[in-house]
Design a protein around this ligand. Structure first.
Ligand code: SF4
Length: 482
């Protein structure tokens, strides 16, 4: 399957560990599902920061025991895996972004989307600032370097108050890491600790599992956590509790890994609850429940348990078809779906099949899967979706298509079933989704279903706002470095 909804980015950082760079490398590997377009690591020896990034997956940019990793070997490091939500997929936009300003060096890694980035950039360019990338992240460095901001008692907290939108940020200064999360806490960011006592910070707790660190807590919305030689220190750049959070509930439904813990609960357990609720709201007369792996699997387990319809694996996913296979034509896309998700004929032949998926975006890849199941002999197909119909785009860092391209935009359930070529379709209700969550319903962003954006967005200024900034640069890493 070619994914219709792309991940945002993944962050990982560790302070004061003899194997810091190796741990960032493994941490980024475990966050690879959040972005495969580029990867980078910046590290500090306490006085000097160096950085290396490149296009592609972590394994492509950093080979284990390579000279690149050797050159980066320092006790403090941050890393980033990227999927471009603003700014094109080019080397100039790979992160961390390393810069030098009046206070020394700083490397920045960002997950999210700043909705006022183009306004800020235009303002700075009008005064002569030169930008070297087309990402929204670079405006943060310009804000940090502004003399009026540098002189502030807390320059970083002051700068963060100028940003609007979704952001989890890691700043690597020569002597410390600063981790910050936007006041709405849209995307996840957590703190952990290794057995040796080094503090780590990551987009998802699955990265702690990967390096044997234990989860301590989530970075709170509007909080800055400093990791330095004195340990961990916290401060807030907005009054704690003054803003109701708007956690991206799609992180739970689709983006995050099943073993991650975020917004107060485990992803797998949450998805199982969605499946249970979905079976209550939309039971299916079926002989077998099959998931669309991987993100639909946990919900299908819940659906099967609640409905009593046996669970089976009717689709098997290949993890070896990467983004390079994304194909421009419909025919090629359908071929990609077949390669990515193969049908196990014996599990579906002659059966009434309930297919559980986490979400449907454009619907074309789902229809490809349905056709493949029919060809394999499925007698009836009942599509069950563990989130409501997606009708609106996301401006907070998740790369959905425009409203017009979304299957559920302007279509009712009958039209959706016709498009998908299924015998029935049932979506989880928004109430059912929010009732299944641990936190109160108003603590989540649900804009892609409701169209109600908690942080007001000027649509004309966003989504592709940074794409008119054009820059070209070639990969200047040499083979010798690999
Ligand atoms: S609009 Fe949807 S995908 Fe975007 S942050 Fe809100 S819940 Fe998440």
């Amino acid at each position: 399957m070619v994914s219709e909804k792309e991940e945002n980015c993944g962050l990982f950082g560790i302070f004061g560990d003899p194997e810091a760079v190796q741990k960032v490398y493994y941490g980024l590997y475990s966050l690879q599902h959040r972005g495969q377009e580029a990867a980078g690591i910046a590290s500090s020896d306490g006085e000097f920061i160096q950085c290396c990034s490149g296009m592609g997956t972590v394994g492509r940019v950093f080979r284990k025991n390579s000279r690149r990793l050797e050159k980066l070997a320092n006790p403090t490091a941050i890393g980033h895996v990227r999927y471009s939500t603003t700014g094109a997929s080019k080397l100039i936009n790979a992160q961390p972004l390393l810069s030098e300003y009046s206070r020394g060096q700083v490397a920045v890694a960002h997950n999210g989307n700043l909705i006022n980035a183009s306004l800020l950039r235009d303002e700075y360019e009008a005064y002569g600032s030169i930008f070297r990338s087309t990402t929204d992240t670079e405006v943060i460095i310009h804000l940090l370097a502004k003399p009026g901001h540098v002189a502030n008692r807390d320059p970083l907290g002051h700068v963060l108050n100028h940003l609007q939108g979704a952001y989890c940020l890691l700043f690597l200064f020569e002597d410390r890491i600063e981790a910050a999360r936007d006041p709405y806490g849209i995307h996840p960011l957590s703190i952990g600790q290794t057995e040796r006592g080094s503090y780590v910070v990551a987009s998802e707790t699955c990265a702690f599992d990967a390096i044997g660190a234990k989860f301590i807590r989530e970075v709170a919305p509007g909080e800055i956590v400093t990791l330095n030689k004195d340990g961990m220190r916290s401060r807030f750049f907005v009054k704690p509790g003054s803003i109701t959070p708007a956690h991206c509930i799609f992180e739970h439904i689709y983006f995050s890994k099943q073993n991650s813990f975020l917004f107060g609960e485990n992803v797998h357990e949450f998805r199982k609850k969605l499946g249970v609720q979905l079976a209550k709201e939309h039971p299916a007369d079926a002989d077998v429940v099959i998931p669309v792996p991987d993100s639909g699997t946990s919900s299908a387990v819940g659906f099967s348990a609640q409905s009593g319809v046996p669970f089976d694996m009717g689709l098997v996913r290949s993890h070896y078809i990467g983004r390079t296979f994304i194909a421009p034509s419909q025919e090629e896309r359908e071929m990609a779906v077949r390669l990515k998700l193969a049908v196990i004929k014996e599990a579906v032949k002659g059966k009434r099949v309930a297919v559980v998926d986490d979400s449907i975006v454009r619907g074309t890849t789902t229809r490809g899967k349905i056709r493949a199941l029919r060809e394999a002999g499925a007698k009836e197909i009942h599509m069950r979706v563990s989130c409501p119909p997606i009708r609106y785009p996301c401006f907070y860092g998740i790369d959905f298509p425009t409203s017009e391209e979304l299957l559920a935009h302007g279509r009712d359930l009958t039209q959706i079933a016709e498009f998908l070529e299924v015998d029935s379709v049932g979506y989880l209700s928004l109430e059912g989704l929010l009732d299944s969550a641990k936190l109160p319903g108003d603590h989540y962003c649900t804009a892609c279903w409701s169209g109600s954006y908690r942080i007001p967005v000027d649509v004309a200024l966003n989504k592709f706002a940074m794409e008119h900034y054009q820059m070209r640069m070639f990969d200047n890493l040499t083979d010798e470095d690999e």
